[in-house]
Ligand binder design. Structure first.
Ligand code: ATR
Length: 287
């Protein structure tokens, strides 16, 4: 019976590459539960709500949602969290007595990753009182900007190659301003946080240009985060460490958004231990 009860899934299309089963099954096993978390593709042409109802009937109690379904998931919910509402996107669903409850842990997962990094980097604790610069305007940038807004960051600077896309994100938080992609160095002036949410620097993608100029403009001991995790040590993070800033790698957001989802389902935050991190790194290195 344990194979058919209390099941969980990552829903996407395609979804075979997802690391969520590895992460959640580690925590399920650690909690003495059956490792029932699977990858569950849903065709974008299918009725999303009907697909969820089918899953509920098959014994699923919750799911994560990834590309391209986060907006369709939002539209299919009976109730959503504040974070999901502000983004119009859901990454975590709980199936409760025939009702679907949607949350979005991406942004808070990112912030939690920063906090964990700060335990090791006390001098970066002042980042909240300084401006933050976000590079990129895709889905991850949306979640991060909304979370920075909720965290009370008073000066959120945003830049993207396509400026219009950045301008469309200014309503996600108070105090968001947009600058030209070519003005990255000036925008970085005095910032306590720099986040790369673009695909630049990812394996097979072009490098992020202008890194040393941006890093030199940041305030002392800033947090520099990359949401890219393949490679784990991007040129940006390597250069940030060399410039005595604090580097936060892409596993921070990946693991912490997952931990917050697990907490929604089971009421307790799972531990991100060294074994899990090592297993994830080995999996990423396999490609
Ligand atoms: P996600 O949803 O995962 O954040 P995405 O929507 O594919 O990803 O966004 C990719 C980001 O990388 C975008 O901000 C994109 O800029 P554009 O909006 O101008 O496309 C950015 N990006 C990708 N290639 C780039 C390049 N060569 N130079 C600058 N920015 C780039």
């Amino acid at each position: 019976m344990s194979e058919t009860r209390d099941r969980l899934a990552i829903i996407g299309w395609p979804v075979g590459h997802s690391r969520s089963p590895l992460i959640h099954n580690h925590w399920l096993a650690a909690a003495g539960r059956a490792p029932n978390y699977v990858a569950h593709p849903i065709d974008p042409n299918d009725d999303f709500r009907a697909a969820l109802e089918g899953m509920a009937a098959e014994g699923f109690i919750g799911a994560n949602v990834t590309i391209p379904h986060k907006e369709a998931a939002f539209a299919a919910m009976d109730e959503v969290s504040v974070a999901a509402q502000s983004l119009g996107a859901v990454n975590t669903i709980s199936f409760k007595q025939g009702r679907f409850m949607g949350a979005n842990t991406d942004g808070d997962g990112f912030l939690l990753g920063l906090e964990t990094a700060m335990d090791q980097a006390v001098s970066a604790a002042g980042w909240r009182g300084r401006p933050a610069l976000v590079l990129g305007a895709g889905g991850a940038a949306r979640a991060i900007i909304a979370a920075l807004g909720r965290a009370g960051i008073g000066d959120i600077r945003l830049t993207n190659r396509t400026r219009k896309k950045a301008e469309a994100l200014t309503a996600l938080a108070d105090n968001v301003s947009v600058g030209d992609w070519g003005a990255r160095q000036q925008l970085a002036e005095g910032c306590g946080l720099l986040v790369n949410t673009t695909s630049l620097g990812m394996t097979g993608q072009p490098p992020l240009d202008g890194v040393s100029a941006m890093l030199a403009s940041l305030g002392d001991g800033a947090l520099v985060a990359d949401i890219v995790y393949a490679p784990l040590e991007t040129d940006l993070l390597r250069a940030a460490r060399a410039a005595r800033h604090h580097a936060v790698d892409g596993l921070g957001m990946l693991l912490n958004q997952a931990a917050l989802s697990f907490e929604i389902w089971f009421g307790a935050r799972p531990e991100i231990d060294a074994t899990l991190r090592a297993a994830l790194i080995a999996d990423i290195e396999k490609g």
